[in-house]
Design a protein around this ligand. Structure first.
Ligand code: F6P
Length: 492
């Protein structure tokens, strides 16, 4: 393996001309519906807006999948970013995306909420597809370029890319949790995943706990040595750190003051029957999000009379997701049965207790919902960050409203003034909702003001800048055998 200082001399003859290559499973656009003819639309929020300011003036290529099986005819560029599609065959879609990414890694990295599957054919597809992404990135990157790899679908790419292009600087960011070693070691390919990640110069996680989990596993499963923040492996120094992702808070606040959105928020309250209190949940319909637990808690509050229609109303948006996976289909069936039961018991003619929408919602409508909601319930059983919590706070421009937040969401580390709950503890959720209903408005305002300071200070632009500038920083410690901190060598 090459040492940092050898890079320029060795370089690479292959490659393109991009200064920056971004690699993520999905490209930042999807095929729109409606007209019937091929039409690609940008996906809202997320990485593109985060990267726009740091991309200005640079030649950028984004490598990713179109979201469709087979060869999709993609546009050459989107918002000034050149696109390189990585096609997936039907079999790869099943084995790589549905299988290894979402049946093995997703549940394993989310506390094993569902039992992960360990199919060898899924792993083979994961290796093959990661290699294709690494090849595409190697072909796009100019000499000495920066390559930023995203998320759990692509954990082998850093080391594969390093072998192809030792001259490039490689960053990896994991958007989801990284599990403790007791769970991770179940993975039959545990060492390969850790070695894949160790190909990066900088590995970013959402929270410090994930950094500690990764560093401990790297020392245990590979020859890596060093402290949590700086590991040494095969003569290189790898930085590992927490970079909590955020949102475009200024944009959401601006939209929340636009007359159209404010008017829509009033309409929503009116359509809900002008209740005293609107409680809101907004999630992808995923078993990690704790929607069922939350609805059960609501049901108990309706049963005891703390909540009663028409004065109190809940709105739950459940955005359709990964419906080809049986876990997700079962989750939907269970949730819809439960919502039906609660509504059957506690609604009145013309007054529904839980307004349930299984659909995705355009950004401005979502912000209007945030404005219309007195209480936001964000209670995932485990979540890397949870940007809905941050969006709600950014939308509450008058500092009213209360956020009930799971202590198992990454966002809980920053949003300390939320009402934090254990999402498994229905009594705890009920207490939290009773508490916010009775909360003195001045106290509620002061909590919301302090939450707003957090999201305004640390927005998605700060996140992208911090990650990319950490990635550019030269290695602080020279290569070669050096001061080695302890090594945990069991279970290689
Ligand atoms: O990081 C979690 C994530 O992969 C997001 O990037 C994405 O928006 C979401 O889960 C849904 O993922 P997908 O529809 O690509 O499976």
């Amino acid at each position: 393996m090459l040492c940092e200082r050898d890079r320029d001399a060795t370089g690479s003859s292959a490659g393109g001309s991009a200064d920056l290559v971004v690699i993520s499973n999905r490209l930042p656009l999807r095929r729109g519906s409606g007209s019937g003819e091929a039409q690609w639309v940008g996906t809202t929020g997320g990485l593109v807006s985060a990267l726009t300011p740091v991309l200005r003036g640079r030649s950028v290529v984004w490598v990713g999948w179109s979201g469709e099986v087979g060869d999709a005819e993609l546009p050459d560029s989107y918002e000034g970013i050149a696109l390189r599609g990585v096609p997936l065959s039907g079999e790869e879609y099943d084995d790589f995306y549905v299988g290894f990414a979402n049946r093995t890694l997703w549940p394993l990295y989310h506390d094993g909420i569902r039992t992960p599957g360990f199919e060898r054919s899924w792993w083979a597809a994961y290796v093959a597809v990661n290699r294709r992404y690494a090849d595409a990135a190697a072909a796009a990157a100019g000499p000495g370029a920066t390559v930023w790899v995203h998320d759990y679908h692509l954990q082998l790419v850093p080391m594969m890319l390093r072998a192809l292009r030792p001259d490039v600087r490689i960053g990896f960011f994991l958007h989801i949790p990284f599990p403790p070693q007791e769970l991770f070691v179940q993975l039959p390919w545990r060492r390969e995943i850790i070695e894949g990640l160790l190909g990066a110069d900088l590995i970013g996680f959402q929270v410090p706990g994930a950094v500690a989990n990764f560093a401990r596993l790297a020392r245990r499963l590979t020859d890596a040595t060093g402290a949590d923040g700086v590991l040494r492996y095969e003569g290189r120094e790898i930085r590992v750190g927490a970079f909590p992702i955020s949102i475009d808070a200024a944009d959401i606040s601006a939209r929340a003051t636009s007359p159209a959105v404010v008017k829509r928020a009033h309409e929503i309250r009116r359509d809900l029957g002008d209740p005293d209190l609107v409680l809101l949940g907004v999630d992808r319909l995923d078993y990690t999000k704790g929607i069922e637990h939350r609805v059960r808690a609501m049901s108990e509050l309706f049963a005891e009379g703390t909540l009663a229609t028409p004065r109190h109303v809940m709105v739950q948006i459940a955005v359709p997701s990964r419906e080809q996976d049986t876990h997700y289909r079962h989750e939907r069936e269970r949730l819809e049965r439960l919502v039906g039961e609660v509504n059957g018991a506690y609604s009145q003619i013309g007054h529904t207790a839980i307004h349930y929408l299984h659909q995705s919602v355009p950004t401005d409508e979502l912000i209007a919902l945030y404005l219309a909601a007195d209480v936001m319930l964000v209670t995932p059983l485990r979540d890397g960050m949870n940007l809905v919590a941050k969006e709600y706070v950014a939308a509450r421009v008058d500092s009213t409203g209360s956020l009930v937040l799971s202590e198992f969401a990454g966002a809980a580390r920053e949003l300390r003034s939320a009402v934090l709950v254990n999402p498994h503890d229905l009594d705890g959720i009920n207490d939290a909702i009773r508490m916010v209903i009775d909360l003195d408005p001045a106290r509620a305002r002061s909590r919301m003001r302090s939450l707003r300071r957090v999201v305004q200070r640390h927005d998605v632009y700060a996140w992208a800048r911090e990650f990319l500038s950490a990635l550019q920083r030269p290695a602080a410690v020279p290569c070669g055998p050096g001061a080695e901190v302890g090594r945990d060598a069991e279970d290689r």
